[in-house]
Design a protein around this ligand. Structure first.
Ligand code: KG4
Ligand code: ZN
Length: 366
């Protein structure tokens, strides 16, 4: 377990009975998210997405995302305050994703958060995007048991974490050694001619397909691989296997059974993710497993995780799909936890750090 050095370990709520009022800003990829929470209560979750501007490129174009964040920032902040029915000067602190993510995109959120913090004379918390994906579950299911296992699966990351105190004790157990799970969904969707982002489209195609129609490979699950990569993932071999399978059918002039390919591919991803996450929980003697990140919205992953975890007496917590994909509420949720636990705010010169390590929950000085 890590030692939490900043601030006190005692919970406090800044003198308020129902927790601090936090505005959270998320701009690490293509969603401009602004959330408002009080304690663990979600008051507003305003999102402006530039996903349609990236669709024709088949992936997020960083410069396009940065410009879209710039345009969306002020209106999204205004919308969040309106929905939450709060005034900006009422908030107790500003939280912002300071990494990891796209450098230019992060910069827009961090600059906006600094401006608000200075203008309103409020403390600023630069937070880790991955820890925020964990903390958001508190808005739905209450305080996180400590420790818990977190499986974070998004377009940019696939990690297995042991989380004690989410504000300072996040230990990586494993991660992808190549593509992220969401990236694999997006790439396979592309080769199947489905729109970007591909995850939701594969998910819906798979509903009418057979998950056992094609036996796609399960990366890093052989006895030999498990010795070195017990809790790591690899999805690039799976993506290549799908591509080869589709090519072979095309060359033979045969139709591609889209739903079966989608269902069999999805099963291969969900099988490995759930198998390793449950194994990590058993190995660590931890009875709660949380799943977060965009891929946690996947319907098959949600069902399979529940089934396999239940068989081992492990409880699964997964936020509703809208809180799994990137949003501002998750940043506000982590900010709220940091304030409640008395952590020191970040300095006003906090950097946007595109490769912020998962172990660093709170951004400190340069
Ligand atoms: O967490 P997120 O919104 O952004 C990142 O931090 O990357 O995750 C986006 C990823 C995309 O790759 C998208 O295809 C995937 O999450 N995704 C899904 C589903 N919904 C979103 N993947 C599988 N099934 C879904 N239902
Ligand atoms: Zn994310």
């Amino acid at each position: 377990m890590q030692t939490c050095r900043l601030g006190t370990q005692q919970r406090h709520n800044g003198g308020m009975t129902d927790g601090p009022l936090i505005l959270g800003i998320e701009t690490s990829c293509d969603e401009t998210g602004v959330g408002v929470v009080r304690g663990n209560t979600l008051l507003a979750d305003a999102i402006a997405s530039s996903v349609e501007e990236h669709a024709r490129f088949g992936g997020v174009v960083p410069e396009v995302a940065s410009r879209a964040h710039l345009e969306a920032m002020v209106p999204t902040i205004e919308r969040a305050c309106e929905i939450a029915d709060v005034k900006l000067y009422d908030v107790d602190a500003i939280a912002v994703t300071s990494g990891p993510g796209l450098a230019g995109a992060l910069l827009v959120g961090v600059a906006a958060a600094k401006a608000l913090a200075v203008g309103l004379a409020k403390p600023l918390y630069g937070v880790n995007h991955l820890a925020a994906h964990v903390a958001v579950d508190q808005l739905e299911h209450g305080p996180l048991p400590e420790p818990c296992i977190a499986l974070l699966v998004s377009g940019g990351h696939s990690s297995l974490l042991r989380v004690g105190d989410v504000t300072c004790d996040v230990v990586p157990l494993g991660a992808t050694i190549d593509d992220a799970a969401g990236e694999a969904f997006d790439k396979v969707a592309r080769l199947l001619g489905l729109p970007f982002p591909g995850g939701p489209h594969i998910d819906s195609e798979a509903r009418s397909g057979s998950s056992v129609a094609i036996d796609f490979p399960r990366g890093l699950t052989s006895q030999r691989d498990l010795q070195r990569h017990r809790f790591d993932f690899s999805f690039s071999g799976l993506k290549t296997a799908v591509a080869r399978w589709v090519e072979a059918r095309e060359e033979a002039g045969e139709p591609i059974p889209l739903a079966d390919v989608a269902a069999s591919f999805q099963e291969a991803v969900c099988d490995v993710l759930t198998r390793k996450a449950v194994a990590a929980a058993v190995d660590q003697g931890i009875d709660t497993m949380l799943i977060g990140g965009g891929v946690a919205a996947n319907s098959r992953l949600r069902v399979l995780a529940q089934e396999r975890a239940a068989a081992k007496g492990i409880r699964v917590r997964i936020p509703r799909p809208g809180l799994c994909t990137d949003n501002g509420a998750m940043v506000a949720a982590l900010g709220s936890e940091l304030v409640s636990r008395g952590r020191q705010p970040s300095p006003l010169d906090l950097p946007a750090d595109s490769s912020l390590p998962v172990t660093q929950v709170l951004a400190t000085a340069r």
